[in-house]
Write a protein that binds this ligand. Structure first.
Ligand SMILES: *[C@@H]1O[C@H](CO)[C@@H](O)[C@H](O)[C@H]1NC(C)=O
Ligand SMILES: *[C@@H]1O[C@H](CO)[C@@H](O)[C@H](O)[C@H]1NC(C)=O
Length: 296
């Protein structure tokens, strides 16, 4: 399992620009809109937010009365004290090739065993950060936190501003335990065809499980911040945002699967595609209205 995962990761790393291929997008518009950030992101996860990340700051989240005390400081101007926090790909390769745990440990410094989710120096996808106007998600997986190599698990923390919306997505290789540690979270999930739809409003210290591969989403229903911890029984759970993946398919396929020309015009698809927000998005309408946050 571990070996296969590592080989896959390395193959993807070596494959470089071929990473864009999973989209199957022959459309140059799609490619230019979606693929660039995907290629850079692909080393750490196969699919993360596929629009260039806008960095969350309390200011660009529009006027809302809440403070953002629980959110890490804005990442747009990292302090000069930042040491390099981008994991070194050759270290990852050495770790995956090491014959045993003792030798892996010898490759890592003491500091390599500590991952700071609130590190303001972490801003890029390669460092495990997915940011949008509604907040950010910081991911410690085996690529962003190499001490996880061969440990079999990973964790992501979601820092959601008021109404912050972790848009619908799947984790192809792991179930998710989602624990709310600040504020509340509305969680909605459909596990597979035929399974009933579930939703929950989770209070602080409550947890839910999203089955492996389930389409799920969460948003902060309140005008104050929310924080969740997501843990996965995989070092590389992966993530695929439904809207980006679906609208990343060829126009004709998108059109055919949503009811053909009578329901949706090809130009509409291009329009939808251009409007897909980067994750974490600002929020659903009812919450934005309640909190007085402008939609765009
Ligand atoms: C939760 O899901 C149920 C069943 O699908 C649905 O009827 C209900 O409206 C949902 N709740 C909210 C708050 O959207
Ligand atoms: C791709 O999008 C362009 C730009 O909107 C459109 O004109 C073209 O027909 C699309 N091509 C395919 C193959 O879907």
């Amino acid at each position: 399992m571990y070996t296969q995962t590592s080989i896959l990761s390395m193959a993807l790393l070596l494959a470089g620009s071929a990473i864009a291929a999973p989209y199957g997008a022959s459309n140059t518009t799609i490619k230019s809109t979606l693929a660039t950030s995907t290629i850079t992101a692909s080393r750490t996860t196969l699919l993360t937010s596929t629009t260039p990340a806008a960095t969350y700051t309390p200011a660009n989240h529009a006027a809302s009365s809440s403070s953002s005390a629980v959110l890490p400081a804005s990442s747009s101007t990292p302090p000069t004290t930042c040491s390099s926090t981008t994991p070194n790909p050759s270290l990852f390769a050495q770790l995956t090739l090491a014959p045993n745990s003792v030798e892996r440990m010898a490759l890592l410094s003491d500091n390599d065993f500590v991952f700071n989710f609130a590190d303001p120096c972490k801003t890029t996808s390669a460092q495990g950060v997915t940011a949008g106007l509604g907040g950010k998600i910081v991911r410690a997986d085996h690529a962003t936190f190499p001490a996880l190599v061969a440990q079999g698990g990973s964790v992501a923390i979601g820092f959601l501003g008021p109404c912050g919306f972790n848009t619908p997505h799947v984790h192809p290789r792991a179930a998710e335990l989602n624990l709310v540690i600040e504020g509340r979270l509305f969680a909605s999930v459909t596990a597979e065809n035929g399974a009933r739809h579930l939703n929950h409003t989770l209070n602080k210290w409550e947890m839910t499980v999203f089955p492996q591969g389930a389409v799920h989403t969460e948003f902060n229903p309140d005008c104050t911040d929310s924080v969740f911890v997501a843990s996965f029984p995989s070092e590389d759970p992966g993530v695929g945002q439904i809207a980006q993946e679906f609208f990343g398919l060829e126009n004709e396929i998108v059109k055919g699967s949503v009811g053909g020309e009578t329901a949706v015009d090809g130009r509409d698809i291009d329009m939808f595609r251009s409007k897909i927000p980067a994750n974490v998005a600002k929020g659903v309408d009812s919450c934005l209205a309640k909190c007085g946050i402008a939609k765009r």
